[in-house]
Structure formats: C-alpha cells, structure tokens
Design a protein. Structure first.
Length: 272
C-alpha cells in the first residue's frame, strides 16, 4: 500500500466511519479517575499485530464510565468553562475519527451497586448492549505482588469465551475495573486473558476534588446483542473496503485481498 493510499485511508476513516450527532446527558459526578493502558492483538492469528490505547475509567457515586481517552476529550465539547452541561441534551455534530480501531470505540456504563452493564456504540446508528454479569472470581492464595506501585492479589475468572487473570488492590476498596470487569474486593490494577491478547494495566489513579460530570454521549439507541454488534461492524468494514477499492487510489490489492485483510481484524474481546 503506497503512501498516498495510506494517507487517504486515514482521512476517510476520520470522516466516513464516525461522523455523528453527539447527545450529551449528565448521569453522575466523578469521584475517582483510573487510567488504563489497553494493549490488544488485532488479528487473533498474528501476535505481532498489536495496538495500545489509553482508556480511562471515571468512577462516580452510582455509576462508572469506561471509554477511550478521545471519547472523554470529545465529551468536553458539550461543557462550558465550569464543567456544566451546555445545554442538557443538546445535539452537537462532531467527528470521532480518532485513530483508534473498532475494538476501542465503545463506551461502557456500569452500575456500581448491581450487575447491570450497558455498552454503547455507534454503527450506522446508536446501539446498546445490555448485560447482567455476575463474575465468578476465584481468589488465589499466596500471589501477592506489586503492580503500578500497588500491592496486589490475584484472581481468575471466565468471561465471554476467555479465561482471565486479574490483579486487584485492597488499598483502593472500589468494586470496579476496566471494560466490564468488576466484583473484586478492590480496584482491578491489571487484567489479561491467558493468551495475552487483551491486557489492561492501570497507569494512574486519582481522587477528583472538583465538580466534574460523567457524561453519557450516546442516545439510548437500539438494543442489540454482542453477536449482532460484531456482525454490524464487519458489515461496515466490508462497505468501507469496497468504497476504497472503487476510488481507484493506486492500490494493487484486489477486492478479495482487501476483504481477506479486513477479515483478519477479528479479535473482539468477547467470543461466542
């Protein structure tokens, strides 16, 4: 793929995939911010095809929000200088082509005192996936270690077709963690699957001493399940590949080769 095509693909990705109307609604106020580095393998058959992205967890009184850092930056578009919503529920047209892949464009809202989890994503339109997840953690004895400066203990669990090892700290007695993970007697500092294809590691944790809202920047949208979510994303990828090929930008790839390359982007965190 030549440089012109690479640049053009990037620009198309920034304008075609994710130009949407953003809906702002305050759902809680931030008490703590835990920032995680997410390292993931894009192609399940290629261990060298890996990406990293920062994904903060905003923890409030009743809810938490987990998304990539660009999503939180874009949330600020709907705020005025004193961090109040302007105005409640206003639609704002923005572009969220942010350099992240389809594997990190979701937003996850968790209820801290229940098992209710909602995953939001824009694919053609706003969608949501509702889950009630009761993680069955197995706490492991004699596994004390230090990660990201925190004394940690180990636990394991099965979730969505993968086995995970997690390290949590009771020094931060918060029942939460990255992605949909929660349910341990302390904040999850690191969690990874047994093949190290999806790894979340805490990089910083702080208490927020000023008023900062947690914003839901998606409308309620249509409820779907995770299998349908994957199908829609793959369909959108195929449409994008076809559009690029039809633009005749000098690529030597055939439509079949483009399709096969996109099919390798298959390593969703949840398997079914």
């Amino acid at each position: 793929m030549n440089k012109l095509l690479t640049i053009t693909l990037f620009l198309i990705n920034c304008t075609f995939i994710n130009t949407i109307a953003q809906y702002y609604k305050t759902i809680d106020n931030v008490k703590y911010i835990a920032r995680y580095l997410y390292e993931y393998q894009v192609d399940s058959s290629d261990i060298t095809n890996r990406k990293t992205v920062e994904m903060p967890l905003y923890i409030g009184n009743k809810l938490s929000k987990f998304a990539n850092s660009e999503t939180f930056r874009l949330d600020s578009i709907g705020l005025d200088e004193d961090n109040t919503i302007v105005p409640e529920g206003q639609d704002v047209i923005i572009d969220i082509g942010n350099g992240t892949t389809y594997l990190t464009r979701y937003t996850i809202i968790k209820e801290l005192n229940s098992n209710n989890t909602t995953m939001y994503e824009y694919i053609y339109d706003d969608h949501k996936i509702l889950d009630q997840i009761n993680f069955k953690w197995q706490l492991t004895a004699n596994t004390d270690t230090t990660i990201s400066g925190y004394p940690c203990k180990k636990a394991t669990t099965l979730f969505a077709g993968r086995k995970y090892s997690a390290w949590y700290t009771t020094n931060i007695p918060i029942n939460d963690g990255p992605y949909k993970f929660k349910g341990l007697p302390g904040l999850i500092i690191k969690i990874c699957d047994t093949k190290n294809q999806h790894i979340f590691t805490l990089t910083s944790f702080c208490k927020v001493n000023y008023q900062k809202p947690i914003i839901l920047s998606r409308s309620e949208g249509k409820e779907i399940d995770y299998k349908e979510y994957v199908r829609l994303i793959k369909m959108k990828q195929a449409e994008f590949a076809k559009m690029v090929y039809n633009m005749d930008l000098g690529s030597n790839e055939s439509p079949y080769e483009i399709e096969m390359r996109n099919k390798k982007k298959n390593n969703f965190i949840e398997k079914f």
